[in-house]
Design a protein around this ligand. Structure first.
Ligand SMILES: [Zn+2]
Length: 270
């Protein structure tokens, strides 16, 4: 009996070490749950026509289940070119939407902004092959969610908070990861439960969120990231109070991501 439990302890420590090694140092996206919440909310706001068109492309794969593919392929070196598509960092101290917009207009390099527009154009193209449409749909669903994660539109200097070390309930992490996963996972809801819990936009909100303009969403995220950075200047040990201060902002970005994604798909397939 004793021998068995000692063996168990050794196995358990080896497992812990293994999972520690697997912990990524730098992360670049909402975690899987965040992406599925956004996609699930979008699927609940599609027109019949858009629903059919999406299903024709994805087959039995739901929007929620296709939403993390763009992250999964990061382990395949042949997709390395796409790793810069997941974010749009801006310089510090941008004061207006127009300033941010001018940077986006002039930026010819591939980033979340330009790729979202490219994927929308691809999905509108009736001559595109089925494979390319699947690719475009999976990336569109993923990237629209990504640009609603405020730290995906943070400052370039600190890689959207990846370089800012913070504690989450005593665990060492970074500011970007807190927003990708820690805050979302803290709510202890499945993606379906989460979508049902927050998918209650008012009529006024739906009217205000009728945008299909990625520049606008990036600006909103950037604006929120500035509040997150300010907070981090004063406090880097997060727990219950951080959740209390930011959970509404988190839920609002997840919901807006879902509504905006639905708007875009409804517009493509109108
Ligand atoms: Zn991503």
């Amino acid at each position: 009996m004793k021998h068995k439990s000692a063996k168990k302890t050794v196995l358990l420590s080896a497992f812990c070490l293994f999972t520690l090694i697997l912990q990524p140092v730098i992360t670049f996206a909402w975690g899987p749950t965040g992406h599925r919440i956004v996609a699930e909310i979008a699927s609940r706001h599609l027109t019949k026509k858009a629903q059919k068109a999406v299903q024709k492309i994805l087959g039995k794969e739901s929007l929620a289940m296709c939403s993390n593919w763009a992250d999964f392929i990061k382990s395949d070196p042949s997709y390395k070119y796409a790793s810069v598509w997941h974010y749009f960092d801006l310089p510090e101290n941008i004061s207006t939407f127009e300033q941010a917009r001018s940077i986006m207009r002039n930026d010819a390099t591939a980033n979340a902004y330009s790729v979202i527009n490219k994927m929308i154009a691809d999905l509108k193209n009736p001559n595109l092959s089925k494979d390319k449409k699947v690719f475009a749909m999976r990336f569109l669903v993923h990237l629209i969610a990504d640009v609603h994660q405020p730290m995906h539109c943070g400052h370039a200097d600190d890689e959207g908070g990846n370089k800012i070390k913070v504690k989450w309930f005593g665990k060492s992490t970074n500011l970007h990861s807190v927003w990708d996963s820690d805050l979302v996972e803290f709510q202890k809801l499945s993606y379906n439960e989460y979508a049902s819990a927050i998918d209650h936009p008012t009529r006024e909100q739906l009217q205000a969120w009728n945008s299909t303009n990625p520049a606008q969403w990036i600006w909103e995220s950037y604006d929120l990231s500035n509040k997150i950075y300010k907070y981090a200047e004063k406090d880097k040990k997060y727990g219950y109070r951080y959740n209390y201060d930011f959970v509404d902002a988190l839920n609002s970005r997840l919901l807006m991501g879902g509504i905006h994604l639905a708007n875009v798909l409804n517009e493509i397939y109108k």
